[in-house]
Design a protein around this ligand. Sequence first.
Ligand SMILES: NC(=O)c1ccc[n+]([C@@H]2O[C@H](COP(=O)([O-])OP(=O)(O)OC[C@H]3O[C@@H](n4cnc5c(N)ncnc54)[C@H](OP(=O)(O)O)[C@@H]3O)[C@@H](O)[C@H]2O)c1
Length: 225
Amino acid sequence: MKLAVTGANRGIGLALVKEATQRGCETLACIRSEENTTAVEGLSQVSVALADVRDPIALNNAAQSFGPLDLVVANAGRFIGRWGIEDPAYTPEAFQEVLMTNVAGVFFTARAFLSYLTSPGGKVAVISSFSASNTIKCTGDRYIYRASKAAVTNIATNLAVELAEKGIAVGAYDPGSVQTDMYGKKPGAELSPSEVAKRLMDRFEALSMKNTGVFENYAGRKVPY
Ligand SMILES: NC(=O)c1ccc[n+]([C@@H]2O[C@H](COP(=O)([O-])OP(=O)(O)OC[C@H]3O[C@@H](n4cnc5c(N)ncnc54)[C@H](OP(=O)(O)O)[C@@H]3O)[C@@H](O)[C@H]2O)c1
């Protein structure tokens, strides 16, 4: 299998690249800063493209450099503002940064790789979050992040409808609470990136036209949305 992963230099993205290597896949690691490309150095069958997901031209160049592929994983994400409405982290710049990365960035990623995806049979995996859900775990906080994940899950559902005629399946995935820079420094993070990467790769393998539009967690449980 050939796949591309955004945000591939650390956290879940890097673990996905390593898991893909274990499975004998050929992977394009999309990383936004040249100095962070050392994270994937020495991994077999891994090539690197420099791409900030807010930059459609960089993503188009990345997709073109890799050519035909079976799966694109829109993983890159930002988290700013943890607390309630008075948290000073909720600035206009923070809204712009998180929504551009977590929502527009996923849209631009899917669009850039779309014409290179196997058709029929290609797949788009969007890394969302249980925070997207209006029906579970709404604790009155993380305003920008929750809104971004709700929006990107909507994009995944919408894409699944549009890409059905090309035979391209789209899924949105909640990786759970994972020990990464984003969440890992707090005790609530239960899972290691490598454990989650294995489970997510299994979910991506299980994605097909039969379950396109799915929003499920790393263990395959449907996330109410
Ligand atoms: N960790 C969790 O518990 C958890 C739970 C639910 C969902 N998620 C989702 O899982 C995904 C991965 O998160 P993580 O926990 O692995 O976070 P992380 O350790 O903070 O890694 C985030 C990755 O995204 C990249 N990134 C951020 N902004 C980018 C941009 N504009 N363009 C390209 N790359 C960018 C980062 O690159 P730099 O190193 O250059 O910043 C880094 O590689 C995210 O979508 C996140 O929302 C995580």
